[in-house]
Design a protein around this ligand. Structure first.
Ligand code: ARG
Length: 457
């Protein structure tokens, strides 16, 4: 097959090289964007006096036909034509002859591929933001149902202090909200049109790039043609944010996996989202959560992969950069699945509030005992020490904090009085945390109202 560059070459491309260098097997995903871009470019060429109105019409008509064929799966992709860009262009030339040959005027695949990728990523960021919003809404709805449920919070995976279950779900909602802010912020940087930058230096023809940007829905133009064709920071940033979202999802997955164990027994996952074992009849495995956790690995890998591809590349475009696409597509597709999976799991989650409540007493209230003494005038460090000795005592006696008699309390400090028993309730402990951002009922209700308003619920 004749290559666009055949003028300069005496030999045909080696078959191995064709196979090794092709990207069409994966970058055909960009076809819808390539065609939108072609159409916009045609219009700009007409405006610059390079195409006649007649040619413009023919090209756009044919491009729309090709788009349909691609959608229907009847378009024939050829590896010898390397990538999505050359496949579409070659087909136009086949069908329209010289008119088709004019399409690539004042353009290089270097500005073309960057434009496709930005168009693609803009759409996908919008989609991911929608999915994240769904996830946050489910978290808020769960929070709404769990304001009066108390659970142990954990630090070092050791029971720490009682918190409202809603407080926990709102924490994740907060995390995913910041992720959304990151995506929105990135979107502004993706939203720059590279087309018109050519291979590296800009183009010789009077293209109205502002006109192209408007047609393609870009808010800004890249301001330097070398920059426009040489960098992939917008993809790297996306891969980083994906990796970060993956990390957040993996932690939530891990929590739910642990809570779903027989040992914790805090939650039950819906049957329809679990799978069984082919050998152990009793098993109900949390595969969706495990895979969300597991897929986080590839999100990290994709980031490292492209960071490494870009490292020390001489300015400007290098073919190495073709390696940006598979990590990008992989992260986009897997991330979307991971967010959807988590949303489904949370929607079907059954919370066993009695088990959680049961786990929230005893030593989780010992900090409250220390604070009780502080309120009676004992310096905090001394109070902490006394409370610690109570724990040691109870461990030895194999007793619970709630079972201490007043006499026993008094043997540690005479500041203890009957009202100490009022302190020994997880609800009460939570409600003492009235500080802004704390886990008291009042405060959680306030946070919940804010979250509902922010999520439009
Ligand atoms: N398939 C190429 C890529 O993805 C398109 C740009 C090729 N440019 C070039 N000068 N060979 O990067």
């Amino acid at each position: 097959m004749e290559k666009p560059w055949s003028g300069r070459f005496k030999e045909e491309t080696d078959k191995f090289v064709e196979e090794f260098t092709q990207s069409v097997s994966f970058d055909k995903k960009l076809a819808p964007y390539d065609i939108i871009q072609d159409i916009a470019h045609v219009k700009t060429l007409t405006k610059a006096g390079i195409l006649t109105k007649e040619e413009e019409k023919k090209l756009i008509e044919e491009l729309i036909k090709i788009k349909k064929e691609i959608e229907e799966g009847t378009f024939e992709w050829k590896k010898e034509l390397e990538d999505v860009h050359m496949n579409i262009e070659a087909e136009l030339i086949k069908r329209l002859g010289d008119t088709g040959r004019k399409l690539h005027t004042a353009r290089s695949r270097n500005d073309q591929v960057a434009t496709d990728e930005r168009l693609y990523l803009k759409e996908e960021i919008k989609e991911i933001r929608k999915l994240l919003k769904e996830l946050r809404r489910v978290l808020v709805k769960l929070a709404e149902k769990t304001v009066d449920f108390i659970m142990p919070s954990y630090t070092h995976l050791q029971r720490a202090q009682p918190v409202r279950v809603a407080h926990y779900f709102l924490a994740y909602r907060e995390i995913f909200l910041k992720d959304d802010e990151r995506l929105l912020d990135l979107y502004r940087r993706v939203d720059e049109l590279p087309l018109g930058s050519g291979a590296v230096a800009g183009v010789d023809f009077p293209l109205d790039r502002f006109f192209t940007a408007e047609n393609l829905g870009f808010n800004r133009l890249t301001r330097n043609s070398v920059y426009a064709t040489a960098e992939r920071n917008f993809i790297l940033e996306f891969l980083f944010i994906s990796a970060l979202i993956g990390q957040h999802l993996s932690r939530l997955s891990e929590d739910l996996i642990i809570w779903n164990t027989e040992e914790f027994n805090f939650v039950e996952l819906p049957d329809k989202l679990c799978t069984g074992s082919s050998i152990m009849p009793q098993k109900k495995n949390p595969d969706v959560l495990e895979l969300i956790r597991g897929k986080t690995g590839r999100l990290y890998g994709n980031l490292i992969s492209l960071l490494t591809v870009m490292k020390a590349l001489p300015m400007a475009y290098n073919r190495d950069m073709q390696e940006d696409k598979e990590p990008l597509f992989d992260s986009v597709e897997n991330l979307k699945g991971m967010i959807k999976g988590m949303t489904l799991v949370l929607e079907g989650l059954r919370i066993k509030e009695h088990v959680m409540r049961e786990a929230s007493g005893n030593f989780l209230l010992i900090t409250d005992v220390a604070n009780y003494l502080v309120e009676k005038g004992v310096p905090f460090r001394t109070a902490h020490h006394i409370a610690g000795s109570i724990v040691a005592y109870l461990l030895e006696k194999e007793k619970r904090l709630e079972e201490m008699t007043l006499e026993e309390f008094r043997s540690f400090s005479e500041k203890f009085d009957k009202d100490i028993y009022e302190m020994l309730s997880p609800e009460r402990s939570a409600d003492r945390k009235k500080v802004y951002g704390g886990t008291s009922r009042e405060e959680v209700m306030r946070q919940l109202e804010v979250a509902k308003r922010e999520e439009g619920l």
